[in-house]
Design a protein around this ligand. Structure first.
Ligand code: HEM
Length: 415
């Protein structure tokens, strides 16, 4: 039987099957799912299962018309317009040169410092922010103030959003209200800079090798072009979804890899070989994403009553597909808490490995995230001998996300 890794609020009141736990929370129930097959059923069917209402309300407040805060037909059209920017070819043509130049910039600076102690989480933040920002808007005429933009996004859900979230969390059956939380003139400076840049780009026929140019060309289902506000919403959704997930993924992979001298030694040999494929380093990233998925759960509500065997789901239930719990479930993985990258050389149980989610709403940026992670680790090991002086102390959950606790520090010595 699997352990419940994180019980959260409320006590377990029922266990309809081995890997499903029901907790009572004020007026509603949370159903924790660490069963890979039930999870896949739920995530596959996005007609019956929608994004959980409190998350949708908050994301809608932050991203408005952007992909993350939408359901149904508006979500579908947002998703379709991102297929081209995130297919393999675009990642190779557009993002690979950016990854190469950004890692060279960062590691050249480190090499100048000779032997230095480095905070890995800050370094992976610098890298992932630069990659996604330049992929979104390539032009050197704008330097996106990412910290400012993130602060602005967090301020955007207004009081009515928060009131709604609190009422929904208590299980009160209030309707989901679509409200525009802002008008363009209430945006702070960093957002206004981006919005102004988008407006100017549209007026001047901007066309570069970036996602902004793709978005300037795509059409809404009614044939209209996206407004600058709609483009801004897509860009900020991707910016936020695209950096700190990958920042966390790379940092945890380095943390785990440097705890295992034998694996580190093999990874160094692989990074410094003449090859262009890095199967071990890729497995290091995959295995670290299994143990520490930066998005630890997928949250859903059923739109109608549904049952899976003894599990009866009501529309008021919050469904938590526990990604971390599934990936550490002993029913699917031997020694589930052990870091063992070589397990990916063998078969992985179906649906039990889902760090990027599953189904139509799974992560659109997963190829980019994997390539960025492998690229960063290869470049680090190629250029430096590294020694860890401090490891992370564990994980901490924030709403929907997982971040490290403590700091990971490494000493780098140019090779
Ligand atoms: C290691 C890094 C990453 C992890 C672990 C991750 C994980 C996830 C997961 C689990 C979901 C599905 C959430 C759900 O089912 O509710 C998701 C969705 C999403 N991710 Fe990622 N992600 C990562 C990197 C990225 C990157 C680099 C981008 C884009 C630049 C991105 C963009 C998105 C978007 C737009 C969605 C929403 C998709 C939709 O609603 O259709 N992610 N991500």
């Amino acid at each position: 039987m699997t352990e419940i890794v994180e019980k959260g609020l409320g006590r377990v009141v029922a266990q309809p099957s081995a890997h499903v736990f029901i907790r009572q929370k004020f007026f509603n129930r949370t159903i924790d799912i660490t069963d890979a097959d039930i999870a896949a059923e739920i995530l596959r069917d996005n007609e019956t299962f929608h994004l959980e209402k409190t998350f949708l309300t908050l994301f809608h407040g932050m991203f408005d018309t952007g992909i993350m805060g939408q359901e149904g037909a508006p979500w579908k059209s947002r998703r379709q317009m991102l297929h081209v920017p995130f297919r393999q070819k675009s990642i190779e043509d557009r993002f690979r040169p950016i990854m190469e130049s950004e890692s060279a910039r960062i590691f050249n600076r480190l090499a100048l410092g000779q032997s230095e102690t480095v905070n890995v989480f800050s370094l992976t933040e610098e890298f992932t922010c630069a990659v996604i920002a330049r992929g979104l808007i390539e032009s050197p005429q704008i330097k996106m103030d990412i910290a400012g933009l993130v602060k602005d996004l967090q301020k955007r859900p207004n009081l009515s959003h928060f009131a709604q979230v609190i009422l929904l969390q208590q299980g009160l059956p209030i309707p989901f209200v679509h409200r525009r939380p802002r008008s363009p003139d209430t945006l702070s400076r960093p957002s206004q800079d981006v919005m102004n840049f988008i407006r100017k780009a549209r007026d001047e026929g901007y066309d570069k090798n970036d996602i902004l140019s793709d978005l300037l060309k795509v059409k809404n289902p009614d044939g209209s072009a996206l407004t600058e506000s709609e483009i801004y919403d897509q860009i900020t959704s991707l910016l936020l979804a695209g950096f700190f997930t990958t920042q966390t993924a790379i940092a945890f992979a380095i943390d785990e890899m440097t705890k295992e001298p034998a694996i580190l030694e093999r990874a160094v040999a692989e990074a410094r070989s003449d090859g262009t494929q890095y199967p071990l380093i890729e497995n290091v990233v995959k295995e670290s994403l299994r143990l520490h998925p930066p998005v630890h759960g997928s949250f859903r509500n059923a739109t109608k009553p549904v049952s899976f065997g003894a599990l009866e789901i009501k529309p008021s239930d919050m469904l938590r597909v526990d990604i971390r719990g599934i990936q550490r479930n002993a029913a699917y993985f031997n020694e589930p808490d052990k870091f063992d990258p070589d397990r990916f050389n063998g078969p992985i149980p179906k649906n039990a490995y889902i760090p990027f989610g599953y189904g139509l709403r799974s992560c659109i940026g997963q190829r980019l995230a994997m390539q960025e992670s492998v690229h960063f680790i290869v470049a680090l090991l190629k250029n430096f001998d590294i020694e860890t002086t401090q490891h992370f102390e564990g994980e901490r959950k924030s709403i929907g996300f997982m971040v490290p606790r403590g700091e990971l520090k490494i000493q780098v010595q140019p090779v």
